[in-house]
Design a binder for this molecule. Structure first.
Ligand SMILES: Cc1cc2nc3c(=O)[nH]c(=O)nc-3n(C[C@H](O)[C@H](O)[C@H](O)COP(=O)(O)OP(=O)(O)OC[C@H]3O[C@@H](n4cnc5c(N)ncnc54)[C@H](O)[C@@H]3O)c2cc1C
Length: 281
């Protein structure tokens, strides 16, 4: 099937983009890498009146140091994140996960802002941002808002974004020197959406006890979410010493099956991926 008819604009500034997106008569939708939106249009699951292509907005592209952390423009592509020495140094969790996000052709076009705005429950990036305590900057002509990642992902394809707003940046705080990370996902084939996956962060010396755990799952429920009871069960323990208690605490998660795996399978695989991630922290 082909997409329904639509208009197309490629604004040269954020102000022009907001004018288009906020005009209710145009029924305008932002276009980032198009790797999710264009297939949705071809299946006629989305029929926007106008696409507002964000690709000329240099002001929301690129990666810069922000204190000891990172500021990543929403239109930064996965391929640029994967090639960035700053990302590898300051957000190693992201560097670990990027090769698992889709396939090379999709990473060449797909953007961090597109993934954040879409909030696909099976996407890696929202869970990474939860584990990294990242913040999401949102702008409209009315001004700028900042959301903690923990308050941004509200449900399946549902976020705190309001109509007319754009995700413009993602901010990742500086990791403490003893911060350690692990990522693990199970997919039928490398590059496919995961059947279950988890991102873990914790502070402590290698082989020693850790504290301040973050355990963020994706592709197990209607959204990326932190398993706070599992985090509490791990606190003050060597990661593997706390694994059984953390897995037992996963009952807090409202597991939900999808086309890839049934609910009970998701629940079982969550324990498997968490154990394998804890082995790597
Ligand atoms: C075969 C295939 C496999 C894939 N596998 C994976 C995978 O394993 N993991 C994964 O995470 N993803 C996967 N994807 C999705 C891919 O990562 C998408 O690129 C990503 O989800 C969306 O990014 P995009 O830049 O292409 O956004 P687009 O498709 O352009 O946009 C997605 C949505 O976000 C909105 N939007 C985009 N940017 C903004 C913004 N700055 N502000 C507000 N709204 C915005 C759009 O209006 C649209 O509704 C896969 C896609 C395909 C086709």
């Amino acid at each position: 099937m082909k997409a329904a008819e639509f208009k197309y604009e490629r604004p040269g500034s954020l102000a022009e983009a907001f004018a288009l997106l906020e005009d209710g008569d145009l029924d305008a939708t932002p276009l980032a890498g198009g790797q999710s939106l264009v297939p949705m249009m071809n299946f006629r699951l989305a029929q926007p009146g106008m696409l507002v292509d964000l690709s000329a907005l240099d002001e929301i592209k690129g990666i810069s140091g922000d204190g000891g952390g990172l500021r990543i423009g929403a239109m930064t592509r996965y391929v640029d994140l994967a090639a960035s020495a700053l990302v590898a140094e300051r957000a190693p969790l992201m560097a670990m996960a990027l090769p698992h996000i889709a396939h090379a052709a999709i990473r060449n076009r797909g953007t961090i802002g597109g993934s954040v705005a879409l909030a696909d429950p099976a996407a890696e990036m929202p869970a990474l941002l939860l584990a990294l305590d990242a913040e999401i900057t949102v702008q409209s002509s009315a001004g700028t808002k900042t959301h903690a990642a923990a308050d941004f992902f509200l449900g399946m394809y549902e976020t705190a974004l309001q109509s007319g707003e754009l995700v413009t940046a993602i901010t990742v705080p500086a990791p403490a020197p003893d911060r350690r990370f692990a990522f693990y996902e199970l997919a039928r084939r490398h590059g496919d959406y995961a059947m279950a996956g988890v991102a873990v962060a914790a502070s402590g010396a290698p082989g020693g006890v850790c504290s301040d755990y973050r355990v963020a799952f994706f592709s197990v429920s209607d959204r990326a979410l932190r398993a706070t009871a599992a985090e509490a069960a791990l606190d003050g323990k060597v990661p593997m010493d706390g694994a059984e208690a953390a897995i037992a605490a996963l009952g807090e998660i409202p597991f939900a099956g999808d086309l890839n795996a049934a609910t009970a399978t998701k629940q079982h695989l969550s324990g498997v991926v968490l154990k394998r991630a804890l082995e790597r922290v």
